[in-house]
Design a protein around this ligand. Structure first.
Ligand code: HEC
Ligand SMILES: [Cu+2]
Length: 290
């Protein structure tokens, strides 16, 4: 992708210089009728044949690159569903699907095939540093193949205006060593370790959070909001927006719409004191097992 960008940019600069140069030359030059035949050949070659070959060649080459990034095979498949205003992420594997949200992790040097859909309106999945961007369209599946070459957290975002909290619809795109990635995926696949008498889980149940959120390993299985099974293992809270800290978690619950306007989660301003502390402690315990 980067190569395509530079070749097209430098090619355009060279062509522009040549065309403007020819125009300036034509202005300056005295008309000499004996050169008319020569001029006709120049128009045919310089104005039609060479540009057609050049642009046609570039088009063919660009299409080959496009075919590579929209190919439908990869070393692993990640389904990403655009929601208002967060990302439902599903790793497809031989041992079944692993559902998570708002963070994408892929191994370095391997081709990750993203299968993209949208639940409500058009979104666009974009990881600028990896060069990939693809629309997510309700009722249709688009694909994007990315082969990252460098370990790091590259960050991604929604690149298609999708309403209220569009500007806060981001995610971390974390490229890992293959071994680390395998360990992460295995930890992500495991159910949450929740003890029966966790007072924070009791608050979670009483407040009805489980109607919208799933915590695998418990009977909370709500499909409306992000899967929270390992929410504390994510680097950020609220679709790539806030650092994952207990303070932000508490604000997320009590001042939900100050943290992220318009979202489909109701605020819980009356939760405070020991009940809020217990709920936050419970959510922050939804990390990966050691
Ligand atoms: C009506 C459905 C609904 C209810 C009830 C609800 N939530 Fe949410 N929640 C959502 C939605 C939707 C989002 C995603 C919002 C966004 O980022 O756009 C969300 C996001 C979250 C997140 C951030 C997840 C992430 O990946 O960063 C947390 C944490 C959370 N909710 C906790 C709770 C807790 C705790 C309760 C109960 C006190 C609760 N929610 C009740 C719908 C709900
Ligand atoms: Cu969007």
């Amino acid at each position: 992708m980067e190569e395509l960008f530079w070749v097209l940019l430098i090619g355009a600069a060279v062509l522009w210089t040549a065309v403007i140069g020819a125009a300036v030359y034509a202005q300056k030059r005295q008309v000499d009728p004996s050169l008319e035949r020569q001029a006709r050949w120049f128009i045919i070659w310089g104005g039609a044949v060479i540009p057609t070959l050049l642009v046609g060649g570039l088009l063919a080459w660009g299409m080959v690159i496009l075919r590579d990034i929209t190919s439908d095979t990869g070393d692993l498949t990640v389904r990403v569903d655009g929601e208002r205003w967060w990302w439902r992420v599903t790793y497809e594997g031989p041992e079944g699907d692993v559902v998570t949200a708002n963070e994408i992790r892929i191994p370095v040097g391997q081709t990750a095939l993203f299968r993209l859909t949208a639940d409500d309106v058009i979104h666009s999945f974009w990881v600028p540093a990896l060069g990939g961007k693809m629309d997510m369209i309700p009722g249709r599946e688009t694909t994007l193949a990315l082969t990252p070459q460098e370990v790091g957290n590259w960050g991604g975002l929604c690149a298609e205006f999708c309403g209220g909290a569009h500007a806060l619809m981001r995610f971390d795109a974390i490229v890992m060593e293959p071994g680390d990635f395998e360990a992460w995926l295995a930890a992500e696949a495991a159910p949450a370790q929740v003890s029966e008498d966790d007072p924070g889980f009791a608050v979670f149940q009483e407040e009805g959070c489980g109607a919208c959120h799933a915590v695998r390993g418990t009977d909370a299985a709500g499909p409306v909001g992000p899967d929270l099974t390992h929410v504390a293992a994510r680097e950020k809270l609220g679709a790539g927006v806030y650092e994952m800290t207990p303070q932000n978690m508490a604000l997320w619950i009590t001042e939900t719409h100050e943290m992220k306007p318009d979202i489909d989660m109701p605020p819980y301003p009356d939760l405070d004191g020991a009940r809020l502390d217990a709920l936050v402690a419970f959510l922050m315990s939804l990390d990966h097992a050691e």
